[in-house]
Design a protein around this ligand. Sequence first.
Ligand code: HEC
Ligand code: HEC
Ligand code: HEC
Ligand code: HEC
Ligand code: HEC
Length: 374
Amino acid sequence: MISTFHKSGFYILLIAFAFILLSFCPNYISTADAIEISSLECIKCHEKVYLEAINYTYQHSILKEACTHCHVRVKPQGETYSTMNFSTFQKEQIVHLDDIDPEQVYQAEVMVTDERGTRCLPKRVKTDIDDPSERNSQYTDIKTISNVTIDEVKKGGFVRAVLSWNTNAYSTSEVVYWSDKGRKSKFRSGRIFSKKHSVILPGLRHRTQYKFQVVSKDFSGNMIESDEYTLDTSKNIAKSDNSKYKPPTITHLTAFTIKGQPGVFLKVFANKAAELSVKLIEIKDRDTKHGFGLLDPIVTMIDTCTKCHPRGTSHPVGVKATGRKIRTPDELPTIDDGIITCVTCHSPHGGDNAFFARFDRNKDICILCHIGGY
Ligand code: HEC
Ligand code: HEC
Ligand code: HEC
Ligand code: HEC
Ligand code: HEC
């Protein structure tokens, strides 16, 4: 009686422990970028394995919910494809990722940096998610440029100026500028499209009269130029911003495609004007069955087990048999030329022996390796 009580007490503790671990362990929390495959999906294709498991005398109660925990990656096993920084300060922008491999799925990690250099927490979006409502609403031809303004002229070693203007359609931000003495210079935003444009021209000379023109091109290449304006770097123009400082955050992030255009467009809105950077991560070996892929055997057979069971509960793992008194058994599964895992002695889906042991009596299991005793 006492011992029964003892045992069930132990199980309650063990289960409680598993729950505590589940709630702390980041792998078990489904994050926004995790691929959601429910265990029901797994069971559909692996019915035989499942039916076998639920007919065992000793059940591993977590079996049904935990197919994914034990077997699949929750995050892409990616390598950085490239990072792109765009030097325009805008609140609402669309970036065209035109040179990505159409066969490959990427995860785009987007970040914005404000004028103080403070960064937001990155947000991620998959490039194969296409939002048709975005596509339809963004696709208008450019007709007008308005409100061309010099927001700021700031002096240091050189002078920098902040220019802004508006357009009716999402379009690029380009500035052509020149002084009497110099050749024409050009600033281009590259593949960033916006309706409220703001660019910084660094490295201007002191006490110089510049002429400039702003230029914007829409998605299909229609271009519009403004009149010529004058920028006098002997003047000081300070930005009047009395509002309380707020760190940058991304308020909207979606991916969409436009027919006839290569690659993918990302629409990024921030809470304030900020500079955009995009890191493209290639999602390797992604398939519809196993999402980001099956976990490595050593993870499935040791690390996932020790997330719920303390490592010291049982026999040492991650070791190989060395010496004359001990051998690697053919009867028990090991990995990488003899590394012992939890699954060497326990069948993970449950079993017909107590403790899901692969052999009936404890002794039987031990002497398979410890031929000279221990
Ligand atoms: C659409 C059917 C399908 C789905 C859904 C599916 N699998 Fe599979 N699974 C397969 C096939 C087919 C294979 C063997 C070929 C391969 O690896 O792609 C396999 C292989 C495996 C293997 C390796 C088997 C071995 O002998 O090494 C494991 C483990 C596995 N799947 C677990 C899962 C888990 C866990 C899930 C749920 C997240 C799942 N599968 C979802 C079809 C599926
Ligand atoms: C406690 C972790 C764990 C859970 C939960 C789990 N598995 Fe496994 N599974 C393993 C391990 C470890 C192996 C490797 C066993 C071996 O090689 O002997 C394995 C092997 C497999 C295999 C290939 C070997 C075979 O038996 O055919 C498939 C398929 C599989 N599991 C599917 C599933 C499905 C489906 C579920 C959910 C119903 C599931 N697993 C739940 C750990 C787990
Ligand atoms: C999600 C948490 C979780 C994971 C992961 C997990 N287990 Fe368990 N395991 C449990 C819980 C809870 C119990 C106790 C209830 C039960 O018998 O299912 C248990 C029981 C056991 C038992 C004892 C059974 C008995 O009869 O006393 C063994 C042995 C075991 N697990 C081995 C493993 C191995 C090996 C792995 C890795 C392949 C693993 N477990 C992964 C939660 C987990
Ligand atoms: C060399 C074989 C072997 C290996 C490797 C092994 N176990 Fe065990 N384990 C056993 C045996 C045998 C028992 C039954 C022990 C007993 O009778 O007290 C057991 C018992 C357990 C129990 C039940 C504990 C209890 O006191 O009720 C859990 C849980 C367990 N093992 C989990 C694991 C996990 C997790 C791993 C990997 C980290 C692992 N085992 C590795 C042989 C092994
Ligand atoms: C799959 C082979 C294998 C099986 C089965 C096995 N052992 Fe081991 N055992 C090892 C290896 C390998 C070591 C590590 C030896 C070393 O590092 O010197 C080890 C170490 C040990 C140690 C020493 C632990 C320490 O911390 O130094 C003990 C005690 C032990 N085993 C007991 C057992 C018992 C009891 C069983 C049966 C429940 C068992 N072993 C089953 C392979 C096995």
